[in-house]
Design a protein around this ligand. Structure first.
Ligand code: C2O
Ligand code: CU
Length: 492
């Protein structure tokens, strides 16, 4: 079935690195092993919740709107049985983990999707500690609630903290004003009509466009302000903090003076978030699971798919953790509570986070995880192309086609140091993700798997080709990726 959709099944089969490949076995033997097996079942099916007073029914795991956080330790064997109770095929991608290729969860490229009524067992050793997440890699499914956090604890954890909190951020349209597929269809078809309009009203939107259907709503003056506005306006998203809307925020209880490790995950399809506690600095410790040189910041920006770990010390009272939707004037939030003082109302929340604002692309790797210095053996240039008018997102001017995944693949060989240059020729943000590897930004930047490439910006990353397979690279804006801003790194 893998090959059935391909234009040239025999040629594609020849290109595929299979689990039986000796290089794959070699790599498997190098993975740490604790001897512990952690088993879970995730059943993909229907789920429902209430967001800002509206009842929402969508898809999720185990009947819940937000999947439980999976926790295990580096070296543990994770065995996840995914049962499919959806009306369409599904898969799970383990974002950020350098797994064996056939556990990567990309139907058409690495495995077969689990058919409706069927199941797929993912069974792998967790190669490295850090904050990760998983999500369906079938079309727009992750824009429903088919995602969850995955925390891989470090058996030799060097950080000291009293509590470990996971914060998952999301923008939300499904089941409210249109499904992600409706939004997608409207973007794809409707944007042509906007081609002759004045796009200046869209400036400042920056990184996203999908759920806002920005141009249309803004030009019609119909953009509703989530804080007190008309939330019923079609496609104006809810912003979720651990699956909750702002009318019933998540409350983290703690004692004043306690040290907290916050693991922040941006699971949104179309929104970058600026996260912080007003008036209180964060100590950034990890980006995309890997340690960075610890840095103080007043706020941190996460593109879609990115994670940041930060330490903070709890203050007496009720302190909001704000997640501001960059460029959208909307927010999600949670509260840190010592059980004293007044909880702020949504209207009373600060609307901004100023001061030192960093993102993972600006951090420096902890020396322990720096790639050893070496000249690149191979260079690939990935020009991010397309625009809102035609909604024709692509890489190097081409729209990716999963039926011909190797047609324009970025080839490499095991053992090489690979340099990838992302060049953003568009006027939107693109958080670019590479599967199966962790790259380093520039010469000494953070080790990451997803990096924001801003309009007009060029970002150079390096990685070691040490995980044979065929691996996607794509923009983590769900709408951009689905419209073609994807490619494949393929081991020769
Ligand atoms: Cu989280 Cu292919 O992505
Ligand atoms: Cu993009």
């Amino acid at each position: 079935a893998l090959a059935a959709c391909s234009a040239d099944p025999a040629a594609d089969a020849a290109r595929r690195v299979m689990p039986t490949d000796p290089l794959v076995a070699e790599r498997e033997a190098l993975r740490p092993s604790s001897g512990v097996t952690v088993a879970h079942v995730l059943e993909a099916g229907t789920a429902s919740t209430t967001l800002d007073g509206q009842s929402v029914s969508t898809w999720g795991y185990n009947g819940a709107f937000t999947a439980p956080t999976l926790r295990a330790r580096a070296g543990d064997r994770l065995q996840v049985t995914v049962r499919n109770a959806l009306p369409e095929p599904t898969s799970v991608h383990w974002h950020g983990l350098a797994l064996r290729n056939n556990d990567d969860g990309v139907p058409g490229l690495t495995e077969e999707a689990a058919a409706p009524g069927g199941a797929h067992v993912y069974d792998f050793k967790l190669p490295h500690p850090g904050t990760y997440w998983h999500h369906s890699h079938v079309e727009m499914q992750r824009e429903r609630a088919l995602y969850g956090a995955l925390v891989v604890e470090d058996p030799q954890e060097p950080l000291e903290y009293d509590r470990d909190w996971v914060i998952v951020l999301d923008d939300w349209v499904d089941g409210v004003g249109g499904t992600p597929d409706d939004v997608m269809a409207e973007l794809s078809e409707g944007m042509g009509a906007m081609a002759g309009m004045d796009h200046s009203a869209m400036e400042g939107m920056g990184h996203g466009d999908g759920p806002m259907l920005m141009g249309r709503h803004m030009l019609m003056g119909a953009r509703s302000d989530y804080l007190g506005g008309d939330a019923g306006d079609v496609y104006v998203p809810h912003h979720l903090f651990n699956g909750r809307s702002s009318d019933s925020p998540e409350i983290f209880e703690a004692k004043a003076g306690e040290r907290i490790r916050m693991r922040i995950i941006n699971a949104a399809g179309d929104t970058a978030y600026r996260v912080g506690l007003p008036g209180q600095a964060l100590t950034l410790t990890h980006s995309d699971g890997f340690p960075v040189q610890q840095t103080q910041a007043d706020a941190v920006v996460l593109g879609m798919g990115e994670r940041i770990d930060a330490l903070l010390t709890v203050r007496e009272g009720q302190t909001p953790v704000l997640a501001l939707a960059e460029g959208k004037g909307q927010l999600a939030y949670g509260l840190v509570s010592t059980g004293t003082g007044e909880a702020p109302t949504v209207e009373g929340l600060p609307q901004g986070l100023a001061g030192t604002v960093l993102d993972g692309g600006k951090l420096t790797a902890d020396p322990a995880v720096l790639l050893p210095k070496r000249k690149a053996d191979r260079r690939h240039e990935l020009r991010l192309t397309g625009g809102m008018a035609k909604y024709d997102w692509g890489i190097n001017g081409r729209r990716f086609d999963m039926d011909k995944p190797f047609e324009h693949s970025f080839d490499l060989r095991a053992g090489e140091r690979v340099q990838v240059t992302f060049i953003n020729d568009t006027d939107m943000w693109h958080p670019m993700h590479i599967h199966g590897h962790t790259f380093q930004i520039g010469e000494a930047g953070a080790r990451k798997d997803t990096v924001i490439v801003r309009p007009g910006e060029t970002v150079v990353v390096h990685f070691d080709a040490d995980n044979p397979g065929q691996w996607l690279t794509h923009c983590h804006n769900a709408y951009h990726a689905e419209r073609g801003m994807m490619g494949v790194f393929s081991y020769l």
